[in-house]
Design a protein around this ligand. Structure first.
Ligand code: ADP
Ligand code: MG
Length: 339
């Protein structure tokens, strides 16, 4: 169905119908001029927003609308996870060109909705407008956290160990695979499928973030959205320190190690691929065992240093300076147009 046949208000009504209208947490949800929301007494509100623009963050030739909805929500949930918070409410604003169909918008909300529901997050509003050319998506997530336990990028201390959850580099490799034309079903290995899935439908580490924050052991935390070198750089800057990373300790998935025909070295995807949405955090050496007892599958990849700058140590004894290689939207360095 064409959007012009349904109209703006028809579309909003259709979105509204597939989501819960009201709840105790949100006595006024979609449908009024603003939503009314309640948060737990004594907690701080976490607020984050992320924009995804066609041609810059995604390409409709390589993603489906379900995955696009999922990912738009996932990247925001990941920011709440990185603070150790509980996500509660979501707002979604869309700038939609005429070529997009009602069914495609519905698929977008089905994907985003699936992830929102699994985290019991309520869709409480948004905005809808037309676009002359590209599809624009802005998702806002509100959450809450205990003021004392909220985890920041600052707070890492020299000597702290650096941990990362899951594996790194899968998403960057997945992006390369879909860009080069996804292999047909018969030729696609399970590894290839895994890398593509990690790129299109990342899983935000919300439960792990909350457990890590509740432990009181973590000194600084960030989610890996731009790539290890870039995001670790943010922790270092905010904490006023440096970092030493051991190349052979960086966790790589079996899929990344097994898939042939990738253009770059596995390690390069892990360092600068980005969009893995794992948690990168620091804690003191004495707490290593206790951190490991919190079942997040986190790996120690290095340590925080007094000396500024980041270094990468190889098992051969070689040492390289680790430069921040994330994408800069205005400098067009890093991964180039179309993150
Ligand atoms: P207003 O003119 O006051 O901005 P709108 O007509 O834009 O109101 O929106 C009506 C209601 O629908 C509001 O509650 C708004 O938050 C919600 N809404 C609008 N667009 C979206 C969307 N894309 N996703 C979710 N909720 C939306
Ligand atoms: Mg509006």
């Amino acid at each position: 169905m064409k959007l012009e046949d349904l109209g703006e208000f028809g579309l909003i009504e259709r979105i509204r119908k597939s989501f819960l209208k009201r709840s105790q947490r949100a006595p006024i949800g979609i449908g009024d001029d603003a939503a009314a929301l309640s948060v737990s007494p004594g907690k701080v509100v976490l607020a984050t927003t992320d924009m995804l623009v066609e041609g810059v963050h995604f390409d409709l030739a390589t993603t489906d609308f379900y995955s696009l909805g999922w990912k738009s929500v996932a990247v925001n949930l990941s920011d709440i996870a990185a603070m150790g918070g509980t996500p509660l409410f979501c707002l979604i604003a869309l700038a939609i060109p005429r070529r997009i169909t009602v069914e495609q918008v519905s698929e977008f909300y089905r994907g985003g909705g699936a992830l929102l529901r699994s985290h019991r997050v309520l869709l409480v509003g948004g905005d809808t407008c037309g676009s002359k050319q590209d599809l624009g998506i802005s998702v806002t997530l509100l959450g809450e956290a205990s003021k004392k336990r909220v985890l920041k990028r600052s707070g890492a201390r020299p000597g702290d160990l650096i941990f990362v959850t899951g594996t790194l580099g899968d998403s960057g490799a997945g992006l390369e695979i879909v860009r080069n034309g996804k292999p047909d079903k018969k030729r696609a290995s399970a590894g290839t499928e895994h890398l593509i899935e990690r790129h299109l439908r990342p899983v935000p580490r919300v439960a792990w973030g909350k457990k890590l924050a509740a432990s009181g052991l973590v000194t600084a935390m960030i989610d890996v959205s731009d790539g290890l070198s870039s995001d670790l750089g943010h922790i270092c800057e905010e904490s006023g320190c440096g970092a030493d990373i051991y190349a052979d300790k960086i966790p790589l998935s079996k899929a990344l190690r097994s898939v042939k025909a990738l253009r770059r070295l596995e390690l390069e995807y892990a360092l600068s691929g980005g969009e893995d949405y794992e948690l990168l955090f620091t804690a003191s050496v004495e707490d290593e065992k206790r951190i490991k007892s919190i079942k997040t599958g986190a790996t120690v990849i290095g340590a925080i240093t007094t000396r500024r700058g980041m270094r990468l140590f190889f098992p051969t004894g070689e040492v390289k300076a680790l430069e921040q290689s994330g994408y800069d939207h205005f400098r067009a360095t890093g991964r180039g147009a179309g993150k």
